[in-house]
Ligand binder design. Structure first.
Ligand code: PEP
Ligand code: MG
Length: 324
């Protein structure tokens, strides 16, 4: 499939109306790194650090992690890598951690909640990231933030880690960005001060959608029940885009929908300018984006909404026919 899109690999994802969309890749394993060149990705928009923890049978040491993160940054060169801190919880159980028995793991003690309640591992990870950067720019993102204080507390941990490294005489990143994933509906309605405090937000559509529709993303009985192009969900996403634009918060989208060409086109039409996806999706998404006019697609979406459609998919498919 990569070969089919080879001719546009080094071309920008620019729509017919002249809008540039940044396409980045999701990664997590060292095996993903060659895709940085092969896919034409403009960086890593989501590096899922938990994968490195999940493939081991012991807690990785700080030095081990630091070396690994340095290799990721080396491979990325001038391109940015957004390192997401550990998103583990009772569904992604580390074999070397005491399991917790929770009735509802997806809504349970996971991600930043674990990181803040038991900060040892998060501190170690932040330190490993700072050391891996060796003074280079560093981008960090906290998963599953549900309210402002969680972000502030995590950011304070980052500041503490920086201070500690400085005292130890280690180089500090020349530029640091600390963002949050927007994957609980609550954050869409967080106070303005939250939007001003974060350096950027990235919509984790997989989780955001499951909590928006109250439909478990792992449950075959319900996971395909609600369309991403459902008008309620698009309205909700548009609200997030609007708030970020108003409060000047850089925004991206890194859930699986970013890698589905039709969904990606609609995300671009409602205002997303950075999409992060699995590497193999970059070609197909770019190809479609290069054949559409975002103004026209936005009009199709708005018309569908005005006509009372539940989902704009049929209208969107009609518009996109012949453009793939
Ligand atoms: C998401 O929730 O959309 C996301 C990107 O994170 P993950 O799939 O790892 O939960
Ligand atoms: Mg998620």
């Amino acid at each position: 499939a990569q070969q089919r899109y080879a001719s546009i690999r080094d071309k920008p994802a620019e729509t017919l109306c002249g809008t540039r969309i940044k396409l980045k890749m999701n990664a997590g394993l060292m095996a993903d790194l060659p895709s940085l060149k092969g896919s034409g990705a403009e960086g890593v928009g989501l590096f899922r650090t938990e994968l490195q923890f999940l493939i081991r049978n012991h807690m990785p040491k700080r030095a081990e992690l630091s070396e690994l993160y340095a290799r990721v940054m080396d491979a990325a060169g001038d391109k940015r890598v957004v390192f997401r801190t550990l998103d583990i919880g009772s569904d992604k159980v580390l074999p070397y951690m005491k399991p917790t028995d929770e009735p509802n793991p997806a809504m349970g003690w996971r991600a930043i909640r674990v990181g803040l309640d038991k900060p040892g591992v998060m501190r170690m990870q932040l330190q490993a990231l700072i050391r891996a950067a060796k003074g280079r720019p560093l981008t960090i993102m906290f998963p599953f933030v549900a309210q402002r204080d969680e972000y502030s507390a995590a950011r304070a941990e980052m500041d503490k880690a920086l201070a500690r490294e400085r005292i130890l005489g280690h180089p500090i990143p020349e530029h640091l960005e600390v963002g949050a994933m927007l994957e609980t509906p609550s954050l869409a309605f967080a106070p303005d001060s939250f939007y001003s405090e974060v350096d950027f937000l990235s919509v984790g559509g997989n989780d955001l959608k499951q909590f928006f529709f109250a439909a478990d993303r792992e449950n075959e009985l319900v996971r395909r029940r609600y369309d991403t192009l459902n008008v309620s969900f698009l309205n909700f996403l548009e609200g997030i885009v609007y708030r970020c634009a108003t409060l000047q918060t850089p925004l991206s989208f890194c859930g699986e929908d970013a890698g589905r060409p039709v969904e990606a086109a609609c995300l671009a039409a409602i205002g997303f300018r950075t999409l992060s996806m699995r590497p193999a999706s970059i070609g197909p998404v770019k190809s479609l984006l290069r054949h559409i006019d975002l103004g026209e697609l936005r009009e199709v979406i708005h018309t569908g909404r005005e006509q009372g459609a539940q989902t704009v998919r049929p209208a969107v498919m009609d518009y996109l026919r012949g453009k793939f």
